[in-house]
Design a protein around this ligand. Sequence first.
Ligand SMILES: Cc1cc2nc3c(=O)[nH]c(=O)nc-3n(C[C@H](O)[C@H](O)[C@H](O)COP(=O)(O)OP(=O)(O)OC[C@H]3O[C@@H](n4cnc5c(N)ncnc54)[C@H](O)[C@@H]3O)c2cc1C
Length: 477
Amino acid sequence: MIRTGERYLDDMRDGRTIFINGEKITNHVDHPAFKNAIRSVARLYDYKAEHTDKMAFKAENGELMSLYWQLPTTPEKLIARGQAAYEWARQTMGWLGRTPDYVAAALAGMITHIELFESYSQERADALRNYFSYVSENDLYLSYALINPQGDRSKTPGEHTRNLYHTLGVVEKNTKGIIVRGTKMLATGAVLADEILVGSHKPLKPGIDERYALSFALPLNTKGIKIISRKSYEFGINPKDYPISSQFDETDSMIYFDDVLVPWERVFVFEDIEMIANQLGSTMSEAMMDIQSLARYVAKLHFLAGLAQSMVEVNGVAQIPAVKESLAQLACYAVSVEALFNSVLHCPKVHNGFYLPDKTQLDTYRVLSQSIYPKVLEIIRKLAGGGVLMLPSSEADLENDEILGIIEKAQYSSLVSPVERVRMMKLVWDVIGSEFASRHHQYELFYAGAEFQTLGRLYNQYDWGASKALVEKIKTI
Ligand SMILES: Cc1cc2nc3c(=O)[nH]c(=O)nc-3n(C[C@H](O)[C@H](O)[C@H](O)COP(=O)(O)OP(=O)(O)OC[C@H]3O[C@@H](n4cnc5c(N)ncnc54)[C@H](O)[C@@H]3O)c2cc1C
């Protein structure tokens, strides 16, 4: 089925428990901390429903389904998945990281390697397969919580003997399922999604950490799930002052599981350290998510390049050669990443009859995206100068005739009106300097793992033999 925005908004009224600003709230759909972001997601669903030609496919039963649930059994299906991800990313200019196609891709990447789950446990493989059918048929939106909370990273969770449920772990099992308790560090979009998929990404020690080797999924309104939201960046601000923060704060939350029952049919990995590592490391789960990440990043880089170009035009410096060089650098980043995106879609590797993206290229993307983003921000900051601070404190200043009179003289541009100039500079600050911008900076540095992890993965993935063969060739010349 193709979900509409209206249906999504109705489904979100599910009474989940969210804590923010000292309050426990159960109707977050209309809460000023979340309502705009939720409506941005609703608009994406509407966009999809209105563009099923490029955003949906016909399933075997004749029903239309969202393209991100389609398994890539042909090269064309892989390309269509990437193009649909890019189409959605363009609707938010790349500012929503965890749109519903992100974690859907993680599940798809597990299903392409279902044999791994089958060799581990037929029951758990069936649970995963049935879950995939359920969420795809109902077009549900998932959030993902993998990382254990920081604490003492020199120890594994089970070595914190005085606080065993600092990290989410199993308390007991019974005929119905398992009872889990403890924390997962962050789940981006937990207030926007229907369900949460839980896994584990940090190293675990056999004999000590089995209780943390878990993967399961639950609706976010399940009794005992407590969503502890970080500060909302849309709360209490005027969209005219913060045009991006006010619409696209997808939120990040710590998730606490307060003795939550997970039925067996929702458990995918249970107390198995090898299998929990394989769930991500030996399937295409992360690689399939990276297609969406790449699409989003391309849209964001093009947006930032376009914004920088507009800003220097407004400031009358666009024709200076050094300024053009800075802009060309932004264009270079955007085009390089777009080329990588196209390569990922058009050079698949085949496994089990599925056409899957090349992991080396995706690991390259992860490293590249982390190193590019700070440079992009620095270029735009340098081009912006103090103009992003010579700004009225809020939209209210523009409604005060005395201040407006001064602004109309002071915010001069030969290209746009003073008020348009103010709006442009506020937009620039929102994406390079606001708290939202800072969070995005952190997101690009960490969402795919810390740099030591992304570099480590690329090191392991790269074909060193082929490179060294070239070096050997010199001996034969
Ligand atoms: C905005 C944002 C959104 C996120 N959303 C999600 C989400 O939706 N779901 C989810 O599961 N996770 C999410 N994360 C968490 C993310 O996956 C982690 O931040 C990431 O995996 C790094 O883990 P960590 O934060 O525990 O850092 P740590 O592992 O604690 O590392 C922090 C730093 O310590 C140093 N360090 C630690 N260990 C080593 C080592 N062995 N070698 C070298 N240096 C080391 C490095 O400088 C490293 O950068 C999000 C993070 C951010 C910032």
